[in-house]
Design a protein around this ligand. Structure first.
Ligand code: CP
Length: 308
């Protein structure tokens, strides 16, 4: 069965032009959150279901707020407070929710391809809010938006992504998105956290933290995704911090204009130290704020079929 719907499943599916359209729309939607009445009727009469079967703070809250700012009716369901804990399958949960005729379903799930699977069974637009270690496209878009906002353009910038790349959907969407928009992406981490063949996504690899920091316009730090590890990939958090963590001393290798990003949640004192997370180079809270405008744009374009 196929349905004539618009989905956002990954940045790999979007052209450079579509990404630019989304980023431009997000800039328009950002203005709404500056108003005294932060609401427009754009999605009045539409229903948005936020189905989060893995934990989330930023993505879940910003999708819910984005839908509300656009006047959609919203339902938010988490794994721990749903019949999933009684053994209901993803497909049965989705079919149950589909009985209420949602227009858009925002799904976070531990399995790569979960949203794609549901597009084949449920007549709604799906937005992938993170599927296992595969993609997190709205995080990639908000990262692009944040870099464009700060630097004016993304093309030609050097982006270094440091951390547990192997288990990070954020890293995959960032590599795909930034390289598609003309940036030069390097990934860095211990060999156990850098998957073989990652270069095929359009990045280069270094195992030297200093080299990654020295060359970068933007340093994107990633936490170790302990929830996805079946074995330890590094002797200890303390050792990780010593070799791959970033603090003010490590940033002495960076250029004066270099900025630091992190998708959150951060593990302070492991991949990033408080002096950097809260320091003048940090764009972390800009990323959080920009996530709202980006998700408003994504909901709008999914509802209007503007991504197909
Ligand atoms: N960056 C991100 O996806 O954060 P949450 O898990 O809090 O949504």
């Amino acid at each position: 069965m196929t349905f004539d719907r618009t989905h956002l499943l990954g940045l790999g599916d979007l052209s450079r032009e579509r990404i630019t359209t989304l980023l431009d729309s997000a800039r328009s939607f950002a203005e709404i959150s500056e108003r005294s009445v932060k609401k427009v009727p754009t999605l009045r009469g539409k229903t948005v279901v936020n189905l989060f079967l893995e934990p989330s703070t930023r993505t879940r809250v910003s999708f819910e707020l984005a839908a509300k700012r656009l006047s959609a009716d919203t339902l938010s369901i988490s794994g721990s407070a749903s019949s999933v804990v009684k053994g209901e399958s993803l497909l049965d949960t989705a079919r149950t929710l589909a009985a209420y005729a949602p227009d858009i379903v925002v799904l976070r799930h531990k399995a790569a391809g979960a949203a794609l699977l549901l597009t084949q069974h449920i007549d709604a637009s799906f937005v992938n809010a993170g599927d296992g270690a595969r993609e997190h496209p709205t995080q990639g878009l908000l990262d692009l938006y944040t870099v464009r906002e700060h630097f004016g353009d993304v093309a030609g910038l050097r982006i270094s992504i440091l951390g547990d790349v192997a288990h990070s959907r954020v890293a995959r969407s960032a590599i795909i998105g930034f390289s598609k928009m003309g940036a030069n992406v390097t990934v860095c981490g211990p060999p156990t956290m850098i998957p073989q063949g990652i270069e095929e996504l359009g990045c280069s690899v270094t195992f030297s933290r200093e080299a990654a920091v020295r060359s970068a316009d933007v340093i994107m730090l990633l936490r170790i995704q302990k929830e996805r590890l079946s074995e330890e990939l590094f002797p200890s958090d303390r050792e990780y911090r010593r070799v791959y963590g970033v603090d003010e001393d490590v940033l002495t290798f960076a250029q004066s204009h270099t900025m630091v990003m992190h998708p959150g949640p951060v593990n302070r004192g492991v991949e990033i130290c408080p002096d950097v997370a809260d320091g003048p180079r940090s764009l972390i809270l800009n990323q959080v704020k920009n996530g709202l405008a980006v998700r408003m744009a994504v909901l709008f374009h999914c509802a209007s079929g503007g991504l197909s």
